[in-house]
Design a protein around this ligand. Structure first.
Ligand code: G3D
Ligand code: MG
Length: 202
């Protein structure tokens, strides 16, 4: 666990990390990013404080199925306050995947979430990087439905090159997180295969 207060680019993220996939967790402040990270890390709810820099954890995630396969993910949970968002780009530069957490009850700020999601996926270096959109806080009574989230976040308007999956979740109890990560893993592996094939053809 850590709450790095550095504004510098996480240089370590660009070094070989024993096959761990580099995953950046983004989203507006209070969406539940740190709760997601610590739920995955400790398999229990951890009370959070607003993230001023970033938190990072390497976590083995079970991919389900009968084969008991696991995958190593190196997560970077980056502060979501407006003044910290210009830093997102330095974390996504080497990303294999992005987890974009959205508060499903914060209808007032969903337009802002949409703008940030589209902005980060449009960057040249993020073209084709798979995105797991986590519709978090689905335990709350007035949460938006998945169909509403899909339309309000304009997921259909993301670049055709950007694979995405919208996953309902409750980070407090961990519901939906493993399922979402399995989907993200599949999208990342598909992309890697495609990139390898393209390289061979050249
Ligand atoms: P952030 O890292 O995106 O800024 P946090 O968000 O993980 O710090 O979470 C912000 C608040 O949302 C926290 O509450 C946290 O407990 C709550 N939260 C996170 N996920 C869920 C969820 O799935 N359901 C519900 N009901 N709440 C959630 P506090 O009260 O500490 O601000
Ligand atoms: Mg946080």
């Amino acid at each position: 666990m850590g709450n790095g207060l550095s504004d510098h680019r996480p240089l370590l993220s660009c070094l070989p990390s024993f096959q761990a996939l580099h995953i950046v967790i983004l989203g507006l402040d209070c969406a539940g990013k740190t709760t997601v990270l610590y739920r995955l890390r400790f398999n229990e709810f951890v009370n959070t404080v607003p993230t001023k820099g970033f938190n990072t954890e390497k976590i083995k995630v079970s991919l389900g199925g009968s084969s008991r396969r696991t995958a190593s993910f190196h997560f970077w949970d980056v502060g979501g306050q407006e003044k910290l968002r210009p830093l997102w780009r330095s974390y996504t530069r080497c990303a294999d995947g992005i987890v974009f957490v959205v508060d499903s009850v914060d209808a007032e700020r969903i337009e802002e979430a949409k703008t940030e999601l589209h902005k980060i996926t449009r960057l040249a270096e993020n073209q084709g990087v798979p995105v797991l959109v986590v519709a978090n806080k689905q335990d709350l009574r007035n949460s938006l439905s998945l169909a509403e989230m899909e339309s309000m976040l304009a997921l259909g308007e993301l670049s055709a090159a950007t694979p995405w999956h919208l996953q309902p979740a409750c980070a407090i109890i961990g519901e939906g997180l493993q399922e979402g990560l399995e989907k993200l893993h599949v999208m990342i592996m598909k992309r890697r295969k495609m990139l390898r094939q393209q390289k061979r053809k050249r």
